[in-house]
Design a protein around this ligand. Structure first.
Ligand code: AMP
Length: 541
């Protein structure tokens, strides 16, 4: 796995750029950028090396140091990639934020990490300025689309870049050096910062080769946003660490455009999420019949359970296999997967990647061997394992017991070693691959003056896997109305993000809680689904 590490240099920024040039890929296209209007711009590995070097110099010039935290708050655009790898070259920790995050979501993450700089777009400046006084450590805001510096600390990316040198000496980076930071949601408390180390590249490259099946001749398209671990592990690191050309598209989901990109760009491997694949599946058959996808070898999927129907649909209509893969922010790379050369069991996540030792463990800590469901755990110590939850070492410690990391998922293993996803062992909601904390949404809902209490659940959804359902109890005298519903929705969307915005808001007289005052989401869910809530003896009177 370590064969590509030269002189013990683990720096992700260097391996994905300078090292590719040294290997003779300097003139090869690293990134084919397609704007939302499908305008095309190619960046070679050599350009990627120089541009990321410039950015490393920019950060260094601003006094950002190795070990400091730097965030990106950008939609998919070339600068996202330059900033990410440039920061890593400097050994700065780089966190990526979804650009649709609202101010509260940004504040929680940037504030928790004590970040010193952020790169963003002009249109997002308003969100940041509203929380700026609560971010005392934030020294610089770099803006990609302003020509001139706006003030001493709101700086123009292009001005900074034109003044910076395109050569940067990447210091020797040992494997444990902190690298990437992604925030993940739990069912209680604020989102936690999952910190990775440069050594993660070992596993990201290994799985890019052995699971996604990539070789340097491939043209790879990973549709994931860089705010999510898939977007960094496989939309940046894994493929570029082995000189693969990646296509990145700045537009959203549009079936026809997606098929056109697959065809015209000669994409050989596509990595996407079940929600998108289910959307493709729903399109009229006439749409994709006209496209020639002979370059495409296979499709991989991640983020939510992959329905067997999608696998059957792809076989039947486009004659391709879809391989489901499982991993999470904390694992940094794919752990369990279907992959080329292995019989697919539709509905199963596949088998462990070489060297990964999962186990199904009962709540009492005993290992389950007979195929019954239990906690999905992974023996700690794999190369891309996160190093901690930033500022939360006790939660990190609580997730590792007897040498096993508890993933928070439940699953079972069949007699042939295939793993089958059952669900989460907590209340975290997975909506189209985004993990969302019910707690965060509840906290945001009760900020609306009319709302006295709130409880949030995830309910099954055909397209999104789960949808967000909010229950609210209103203050006395307040009447639930269409306007109030809209106001609540808007508030969640502005403060948290559009994906966290409830699909349905249901008004109740009170929110069921247990005797210690904890919201009983299980009872709300049962009520919503019209099923028995089970033991409700702890429900408050
Ligand atoms: P995240 O940390 O945001 O990447 O979310 C990881 C979680 O998404 C996992 O713990 C699972 O609950 C879910 N997930 C990811 N991949 C799959 C998959 N292939 N099948 C089922 N659930 C998945």
């Amino acid at each position: 796995m370590e064969h590509f590490i030269k002189d013990k240099q683990y720096n992700i920024g260097h391996i994905c750029t300078g090292q590719q040039c040294e290997a003779g890929f300097g003139d090869k296209v690293a990134m084919r950028w397609l704007s939302s209007h499908l305008e095309q711009r190619d960046y070679t590995f050599s350009e990627l090396d120089q541009t990321t070097a410039r950015f490393a110099n920019v950060l260094q010039g601003l006094g950002v140091a190795p070990g400091d935290v730097f965030f990106t708050l950008l939609p998919k655009m070339p600068e996202q990639f330059f900033a990410f790898l440039g920061a890593l070259k400097l050994q700065t920790i780089v966190g990526t934020l979804f650009s649709n995050f609202g101010e509260e979501a940004i504040l929680d993450r940037v504030g928790d990490a004590g970040a010193s700089a952020i790169i963003t777009k002009k249109s997002f400046l308003k969100k940041i300025s509203r929380i700026r006084d609560r971010l005392p450590t934030l020294r610089f805001i770099i803006v990609v689309d302003i020509d001139q510096h706006q003030s001493d600390d709101i700086l123009s990316y292009s001005r900074l870049m034109e003044q910076a040198s395109d050569s940067f000496y990447v210091a020797h980076t040992p494997p444990e050096t902190p690298s990437v930071l992604h925030y993940t949601s739990g069912s209680t408390g604020k989102p936690k910062g999952v910190l990775h180390a440069h050594r993660s590249i070992l596993m990201q490259r290994f799985t890019a080769e052995t699971v996604l099946g990539l070789t340097p001749d491939d043209v790879f398209w990973c549709t994931a946003d860089q705010g999510w671990v898939t977007g960094t592990s496989y939309g940046i690191i894994g493929p570029w660490s082995m000189g693969v050309t990646q296509v990145h598209f700045g537009g959203g989901y549009n079936a026809e455009e997606w098929f056109r990109i697959l065809q015209n760009q000669g994409i050989t491997v596509l990595y996407s999420a079940p929600t998108a694949l289910r959307m493709l599946m729903r399109e009229d058959a006439g749409l994709y019949a006209g496209f020639d996808l002979k370059a495409l070898r296979h499709i991989c999927s991640v983020g939510e359970p992959l329905n067997p129907e999608v696998i059957h649909w792809a076989r039947r209509t486009i004659d391709k296999e879809v391989y489901d893969t499982w991993f999470q922010t904390e694992t940094g790379a794919i752990m369990i997967a279907n992959r080329p050369g292995l019989e697919i069991r539709p509905g199963s996540m596949g088998v462990p990647v070489a060297g990964i030792e999962p186990a199904i463990i009962a709540d009492d800590g005993s290992i389950i061997l007979d195929g019954a469901p239990g906690n999905l755990c992974i023996q700690a110590g794999w190369a891309s394992m996160f190093t901690t939850y930033l500022n939360n070492p006790e939660i990190y410690a609580s997730r590792i017991r007897a040498g096993y990391y508890y993933t928070g998922d439940t699953a079972y293993r069949d007699a042939d070693g295939y793993y089958w996803f059952r669900g989460r062992s907590d209340d975290v909601i997975n909506t189209s691959g985004h993990l969302i904390s019910p707690f965060e949404i509840e906290s945001t809902l009760i900020e609306v003056p009319e709302v006295a209490e709130a409880g949030v659940i995830g309910a099954p959804d055909e397209l999104l896997f789960e949808k967000v359902i909010a229950f609210v109890a209103l203050r006395s005298q307040v009447v639930f109305s269409r306007e109030l519903e809209l106001k609540i929705r808007l508030h969640v969307s502005n403060k948290l993000s559009s994906v966290a915005t409830p699909h349905e808001i249901i008004c109740l007289d009170s929110i069921p809680k247990n005797k210690s005052g904890k919201i009983m989401r299980r009872v709300l869910k049962a009520r919503y689904l019209g099923i028995d809530a089970g033991d409700i003896s702890t429900l408050e009177d």
